[in-house]
Design a protein around this ligand. Structure first.
Ligand SMILES: [Zn+2]
Length: 164
């Protein structure tokens, strides 16, 4: 039994570049959603803490229960509803990001072809049974091409990676 690395049609370099760009944008969104989730969770916990201490644990600091204004409950409900929406969106973004990362692991290896005569290079996505120095096809100048290197397509997710 042979395991095919992918089904036809074979992925192209354009597809791989688009996939990398998509992963970068989804990773950025996922990071922002993570910050938002944390902020909403902290605000919700603070509000819940105020509610519990003023209604149930008032004897710790206050002699009698403090009656919170009505708007406090509206604000708390709105915070809760918004945090539910943000968790839902964050899960959707993360699920898509995971799917794109799996795709990237499948097609993320690049094979560079080099011409023996003019040293011109071209890239394509890795295929089964590729190896370095494998002869493949002809260059525009008529010379033979060979596989000069294979590398994993870089995935610069942070600003400092892009400078390199
Ligand atoms: Zn050539």
């Amino acid at each position: 039994m042979t395991v095919e690395p992918w089904q036809e049609p074979k992925p192209t370099m354009d597809q791989l570049r688009r996939l990398v760009a998509r992963i970068q944008s989804y990773a950025r969104t996922s990071r922002i959603m993570g910050y938002l989730s944390t902020i909403f969770l902290i605000v919700l916990m603070l509000q819940f803490g105020i509610l519990v201490y003023s209604q149930f644990l008032f004897f710790l600091w206050f002699p009698a229960p403090i009656y919170l204004p009505e708007w406090f409950y509206y604000v708390m409900f709105i915070t809760f509803a918004l945090s539910m929406v943000i968790y839902g969106l964050a899960n959707t973004v993360n699920a898509r990001l995971n799917r794109y990362i799996i795709e990237y692991k499948r097609i993320g290896v690049v094979v560079q072809l080099q011409c023996e005569e003019c040293n011109r290079t071209s890239d394509r996505v890795w295929e089964k049974d590729d190896f370095v120095f494998k002869k493949e096809g002809q260059c525009a100048c008529g010379g033979n091409q060979y596989v000069s290197q294979m590398y994993i397509m870089p995935l610069p997710l942070k600003e400092k990676d892009k400078e390199k």
